[in-house]
Design a binder for this molecule. Structure first.
Ligand SMILES: [Zn+2]
Length: 69
């Protein structure tokens, strides 16, 4: 009996050069780890995870939904 796994054609790297996570859970876990470290001196902290339409993976972004300048 041989099992065949359907392999997704997901690139291992994203063209954007960002860190890529395989799914939302992995991205959320990484996000929680970063926020736990609490780098108060840094303004740029990843705040949320989003799905990348390019590589079908997940990335973290420090951009906030609302930018008020
Ligand atoms: Zn991507």
């Amino acid at each position: 009996m041989s099992r065949r796994r359907t392999r997704y054609r997901v690139p291992t790297r994203c063209p954007t050069g960002k860190v890529r996570f395989r799914d939302r859970i992995a991205a959320t876990l990484a996000l929680a780890t970063i926020q736990r470290q609490g780098r108060a001196d840094r303004d740029k902290t990843e705040t949320r995870a989003y799905r990348c339409p390019t590589c079908a993976g997940w990335h973290l972004t420090s951009q906030r939904p609302r930018v008020n300048r």
